[in-house]
Design a protein around this ligand. Structure first.
Ligand code: FAD
Ligand code: UDP
Length: 754
């Protein structure tokens, strides 16, 4: 788990406990190294159906609150499908360790759920060869991963550990077993063996589960010590002379592949086992594991082991020879490879695939990996380039982002209430570029949406940009377009040349409207007076002598139908793209090999702020979910007054069209500190940027792209256009160098979209 946590956030949803007393619903029992173990607490007396319903909603609420969207769902039991089959994931693993349906007391729905899980799963891992044979008939992508062993843990048994108190008084020879005591154990065999050799002592550790404890044989030389912690097992094992696996041969043991076999061997103990198929197959030929089928043959095998057990060094050497090559590291890399292969297969099938994964050992192991391009930043600039380079030129691309997600500022997700929200404030897509629209439409369908904004001015909500309705509501009379033009002309100030944001507004609408709509908002937003900002900033918001109350007039205005993040997932789901979120450029810069860097972070940061810091304006977002269906009449309401600390409130349901009994909103508080969101357009900043740009021009192995790296107040579509332009230059260079033919390999889903 902790290995996978380097790649994913791992939430381990443990079996529920029935306990209403502690007042907890979901307990975070353990958190370390990226693994969080969550234990649902249920009220005793609930039906199985109620318990599943509660767990499903606990899981949903947790994922929303923790802002986690699982890449991977990993199932140890098909029963969990009931609480999670609604969760989207790029890859579903069914890790089948046992034929659970054959166990005593297995829920009747187990088989049906396994069937559903097999239909959903992208890949199946089995804990042994028998299971592999059985499952591969049911799924097209099955791998065998027999149990491995934590050698360093269990080999402590060889170092004469201190004997646990409850084992101290038990005479030798001791024959030991640890594990769950249930229907898999051959109780009759134990009793016969104990009777046959009253001078030997059978030590059994483990909880009694599902069977009546009275069924277990009671003899003076059989010692039940109860369940023990994993940590203490080597201390017990170290005190045994021989280890036993007295399993009954029945339906419940047909497919088992006991993990304890290699653990006993790691502890330096020989093993006597009944003829479990996977034990015979995997260890039958080695002389450290003997197969016996009756009390008499067990006794014979134990005697033989006791006779040669005196030579510990020889015993350990034999055990090590059997274990050679068996390690969790090997299992890990085998599983990683299987997942990567599955991702490639999904991608070529047109399925939204798991992103190709970094190799085992994360950054350290990346030393051996070679990429054509390292892309820093998984926002629009980085993701468009990664997609083009991989799909258009067949390049191997590593994308890193220091945030824990893809999509940059456009990242959206479902909040705790299940409402789709934008983590970094409202992002409305609008463009006049057919090319940009066509390109993005390969990765998403769209919802038509025309953005409307109201401004809170003089206690009224009026349209912004200023239009005929705004003037009517503020001045209490109707305006024709001609009257509005005359009205504003009479108020406008003659300013020549128009240079600043103050100039642009004063020269269009005059001081009164400037102060009501622009001055306070701009001072809050930028921490600067409009007279200190380039005219381009306020010029983004026009004034209209018409009743058009749309914020944008672009030809294409829409929102990705399933959200921005989903669109980015599709863009990055290419077998030659590896994405590592939560990873900064500095971490990978020297950890792997690549020919060229595409850098989409702040340019001054790249050059160590050597000429001083470029100012970027930041925001603090306050997100809230309200217990009401609707909060405000439009998607965004602006608050230009300096009396109000925030600039605007966004209500997302207007943008996304989602229907929900609650609603989620975001308040934006501008700030000098925090993540860089806005380059600040003013002449002195531009001069400073140009110094960095000169350095960039002298750094031919790095290409700077995007809003932060080219220090431009770009909208999303402009960044896409910029990235496509950069790609074309790269592609042209490649063609010029007469490299292998340029491959443009659109994914299968591309063809099905407009
Ligand atoms: P980003 O999205 O900022 O992506 C850059 C990425 O690089 C980030 O994820 C960052 O974590 C990563 N990064 C930086 N440095 C490093 C490093 N050293 N190592 C690893 N990763 C690093 N545009 C519109 O068209 N319409 C809108 O309605 C709109 N609304 C907006 C609202 C707000 C509040 C903001 C802030 C922006 C808005 N934009 C809007 C602009 C839009 O967000 C940007 O144009 C677009 O996201 C820029 O994409 P990008 O890839 O250049 O940068
Ligand atoms: N602006 C303003 N009042 C408003 C809306 C915008 O003064 O009600 C100014 C402000 O300086 C803002 C700029 O116009 O930063 C550009 O506004 P836009 O809505 O384009 O900002 P963005 O969406 O990029 O935050």
């Amino acid at each position: 788990m902790s290995r996978f946590a380097r790649r994913y956030q791992v939430l381990y949803f443990e079996e529920a406990v029935f306990d209403s007393a502690c007042g907890l619903e979901l307990e975070l029992r353990h958190e370390a190294g990226g693994v969080r173990v969550l234990v649902p607490h249920l009220v005793p007396g609930q039906t199985a159906e109620e318990a599943e319903h509660v767990q499903r909603s606990l899981l949903d609420r947790y994922l929303a609150r923790a802002d986690v969207q699982p890449d991977l769902l990993w199932y140890y039991t098909p029963m969990s499908i009931a609480i999670s089959d609604h969760l989207p994931a790029r890859c579903i693993v069914y890790d089948c360790m046992d034929e659970l349906s054959a166990f005593r007391g297995a829920p009747p729905e187990m088989l049906a759920r396994e069937q559903r899980l097999l239909e959903r799963a992208d890949v199946v891992f089995t804990g042994g060869y028998s299971l592999y044979e059985s499952k591969r008939r049911l799924h097209r992508n099955v791998y065998e991963f027999p149990s491995s062993v934590d050698l360093s843990h269990f080999s402590k048994a060889r170092e004469k550990p201190t004997e646990p108190r409850d084992q101290q008084g038990i005479p030798h020879p001791r024959l030991g077993f640890y594990g769950v005591l249930d229907e898999r154990l051959d109780a009759g065999l134990l009793a016969q063996l104990a009777d046959l050799r009253p001078d030997w002592h059978l030590v059994l550790l483990g909880p009694v589960v599902k069977i009546d404890p009275a069924c277990l044989p009671r003899r003076p030389n059989i010692h039940y010590l109860g369940g023990k912690d994993y940590q203490t097992l080597p201390a017990y094992l170290g005190g045994w002379d021989v280890a036993l696996m007295p399993f009954a041969l029945n339906e419940s043991t047909r497919f088992i592949s006991p993990t304890k076999t290699p653990e006993y061997l790691a502890g330096g103990r020989a093993v006597i086992s009944t003829a479990i198929a996977d034990v015979v197959r995997s260890y039958g030929d080695c002389d450290m594991v003997r197969i016996a089928d009756s009390a008499a043959s067990f006794a014979e095998a134990v005697s033989a082991e006791l006779a040669r057990g005196a030579d510990r060094a020889a015993l350990y050497a034999r055990a090590d020879a059997v274990l050679a090559g068996m390690s969790w590291d090997r299992t890990w890399s085998g599983m990683s490879e299987a997942l990567a292969r599955t991702a490639r297969r999904n991608a070529s099938d047109g399925v939204t695939a798991l992103k190709a994964m970094p190799p085992a050992g994360h950054l350290a192991a990346m030393a051996g990996n070679r990429y054509d391009y390292l892309v820093v930043g998984a926002g629009f600039a980085g993701s468009v380039l990664a997609e083009r380079l991989a799909a258009g030129l067949g390049k191997r691309v590593l994308v890193v982002d220091r945030r824990p997600h893809i999509a940059g500022n456009a990242y959206d997700h479902h909040d705790e209430a299940g409402i789709l929200v934008h983590k970094y404030g409202p992002h409305i897509f609008h463009t006049n570029s057919q090319r940009v629209m066509g390109y993005l439409s390969r990765f998403t369908e769209w919802r038509h949406y025309e953005h409307r904004v109201l401004a809170h001015v003089d206690g009224k909500l009026v349209p912004m940009p200023i239009n005929l309705t705004t003037l009517s509501r503020l001045f209490g009379r109707e305006f024709t377009p001609e009257q509005a033009i005359e009205f504003l002309k009479a108020r406008a100030e003659a300013i020549e040349p128009v240079q600043t944001s103050e100039d642009v507004v004063l020269s269009t609408v005059g001081r009164e409207l400037y102060e009501k709509f622009f001055r306070g908002y701009t001072r809050k937003q930028w921490g600067l007076d409009p007279s200190q900002l380039d005219k381009a900033v306020a010029a983004r918001v026009p004034t209209r002598a018409s009743a058009d109350d749309r914020y944008f007039t672009d030809e294409f205005q829409c929102m990705p139908l399933h959200g921005y993040t989903r669109m980015f997932e599709r863009m990055l789901s290419h077998p030659d793209i590896t994405v590592m979120t939560g990873t900064a450029y500095e971490e990978v810069q020297h950890a792997c090999r690549y020919d060229h860097t595409i850098y989409c972070g702040p340019i001054d940061e790249f050059f160590g702020h050597c000429f001083g810091r470029l100012p970027y304006r930041s925001l603090r977002f306050q997100h809230a979910t309200l217990d009401q269906a609707c909060f405000q009449p439009v998607g965004v309401v602006n608050y230009p007054s300096e009396e109000v600390p925030y600039t605007r409130i966004t209500e997302y349901k207007h943008l996304t069209g989602q229907e929900h009994e609650k609603t989620s909103v975001t308040y934006e508080y501008p700030s000098a500190e925090g993540e860089p969101y806005y380059p600040v357009p003013r002449p002195e900043n531009d001069r400073l940027f140009r110094k960095y740009q000169a350095l960039a021009d002298d750094t031919p192995d790095v290409t700077f792209v995007g809003r932060l790296a080219t220090y431009r107040y770009y909208n999303m579509d402009q960044v896409v256009a910029q990235a496509l332009g950069v790609y074309e230059r790269i592609a042209k260079g490649e063609r010029g160098r007469d490299l292998p033919s340029v491959m443009d390999r659109p994914r299968a889903y591309a063809a099905s979209r407009p």
